[in-house]
Design a protein around this ligand. Structure first.
Ligand SMILES: Cc1cc2nc3c(=O)[nH]c(=O)nc-3n(C[C@H](O)[C@H](O)[C@H](O)COP(=O)(O)OP(=O)(O)OC[C@H]3O[C@@H](n4cnc5c(N)ncnc54)[C@H](O)[C@@H]3O)c2cc1C
Length: 437
């Protein structure tokens, strides 16, 4: 990999970077083709009942999983501890998610067509210049998106329970059921009522602090801490953010990530994150606010929120008939910190593997069915994760590197590739380094 000593070498750097990313992509393709998963053709038929699956957590991963299971003929229970949960999140989603998940346009607060990347010395580059008239980055509030996906799961036949998952007891023998312990918040009862439920399989969609992951000894991951303030700014200032979002890079806003201002219906979300200097997160947040000062000055902070963001997948993502999806599994990309689409996608793919393996809920499944979901997910997205991992290591390591990065973003070729890869998550002509979905 070329070193970044000055911004003048960015064209050479670009060629070197794409070359090495493509090479590692090819190596991965070869190693993935070698792993073969056995089908669960010997699993028994279920007499007089359907396969019963519990989905723990009702974020994008859980909502998408529960909808797919219920539509596929599986008896589905979704347990969510807080039905009005406002997940701390920037809420940026790629265009392909709107189509793939049939999201109605009225749940999307803003359609961003102008994305400003701002360097440590405040050089601003508009990286949305190659977008076509119908293309945009969606901005959602998570309390709206998550509720919508859960409602759709319920309409498809899933039972949604307002409860806190506590513990998982393993089955006593092959094809026996798991026992779930949970607090049921029926009628708003304080502390809830302790209950148990027997299920054939479990999808852990309970986010970065997943209790399901702990139950199966899935192991830990490195994580970033992300901090965000929702700031209500005056209407005349909001006009600037109508179709615009901002990303700030620099040692001041984060040593290893970026600061952002993302627009919502009537406010902006201002935030930043870091893995390496978690204790200084409030200082980075203050610096992000300072950089955006002219545009958000006089605004009122209406909500302060923080949450971990996983840095890489857990060492183990399935065990027996239990599988992890979304943040519980660790599916957030480095560099961009994107996790909503991958959460919904992994939830859906895991559920599809269960529906297929159980022949629409009529057979027991086994571990090999869940491994199929993992194999498919890795094959589709591993290169995306790898490329963004490399990008972060190269460009977020010093202010000169960040200046070079922002300069590179001015290049229309780079913009087109970046946006096509982000918006559609697939190969486009002239883009050799993303895998097709
Ligand atoms: C500040 C911040 C900004 C971000 N910005 C973006 C962005 O702009 N775009 C993007 O794509 N990604 C962003 N991310 C990442 C994104 O938020 C996550 O990747 C995404 O929320 C993962 O979805 P999920 O369904 O896997 O988990 P979550 O959204 O965390 O959902 C888990 C659900 O499980 C429930 N739950 C947890 N434990 C239990 C339990 N024991 N019992 C019952 N229910 C339980 C929770 O209440 C929650 O509803 C951001 C993250 C942070 C922290």
């Amino acid at each position: 990999m070329a070193s970044i000593s000055s911004t003048a070498g960015s064209a050479v750097l670009r060629r070197d970077f794409f070359g090495s990313a493509l090479e590692s992509h090819r190596k991965n393709e070869v190693s993935l083709r070698r792993s073969v998963i056995r089908a669960s053709k010997y699993s028994p038929k279920l007499p007089n009942r359907r396969l019963r699956v519990a989905v723990i957590g009702g974020g994008p991963a859980g909502g998408a999983a529960a909808e797919t299971l219920a539509k596929g003929g599986v008896e589905t229970v979704l347990i969510e501890r807080k039905l009005d949960n406002c997940k701390p999140c920037g809420g940026a989603i790629p265009l392909c998610m709107v189509g793939e998940f049939g999201l109605p346009l009225d749940i999307i607060d803003r359609r961003v067509t102008k994305m400003k990347m701002i360097s440590p010395s405040n050089v601003a580059v508009d990286i949305g210049r190659t977008l076509k008239p119908n293309e945009y980055i969606g901005m959602v509030r998570r309390e709206v998106l998550d509720a919508y996906l859960r409602e759709r799961a319920a309409e498809s036949g899933a039972e949604v329970i307002n409860g806190l998952f506590l513990q998982l007891d393993m089955p006593e023998g092959p094809n026996q059921q798991y026992k779930i312990h949970y607090s049921h918040y029926e009628g708003g009862a304080l502390g809830g009522q302790r209950k148990t439920m027997e299920v054939d399989a479990v999808i852990g969609a309970d986010g970065a602090n997943s209790r399901v992951a702990k139950s199966i000894d899935a192991g830990d991951y490195e994580y970033a801490i992300a901090f965000q303030e929702r700031v209500k700014i005056q209407d005349d200032k909001m006009v600037y953010y109508e179709e615009r979002a901002e990303m700030y890079v620099g040692d001041d806003v984060s040593p290893d990530f970026y600061g952002w201002v993302f627009p919502k219906c009537d406010h902006v979300a201002v935030g930043t994150g870091t893995v390496t200097h978690k204790g200084q997160i409030k200082q980075f947040q203050a610096a992000t606010r300072l950089r955006a000062k002219d545009k958000i000055e006089g605004g009122k902070i209406i909500r302060v929120e923080a949450h971990p963001i996983p840095e890489h997948p857990r060492p183990r993502r399935s065990s027996g008939r239990v599988a992890l999806v979304g943040d519980a599994a660790g599916y957030v990309t480095k560099c961009s910190g994107e996790g909503i689409y991958f959460a919904a996608k992994s939830g859906r793919m895991c559920a599809e593997a269960i529906v297929e393996g159980s022949e629409n809920g009529t057979r027991m499944i086994d571990e090999s069915d869940l491994k199929k979901y993992l194999e498919k997910f890795d094959r589709m997205y591993w290169p995306t994760y790898k490329v963004l991992d490399i990008l972060q290591k190269v460009f977020y390591r010093s202010n000169p590197a960040r200046e070079a990065f922002v300069e590179m973003c001015a290049d229309e070729y780079v913009q087109k590739m970046t946006f096509d890869s982000y918006l559609y998550k697939k190969v486009v002509p002239g883009n050799p380094w993303m895998i097709s979905s």
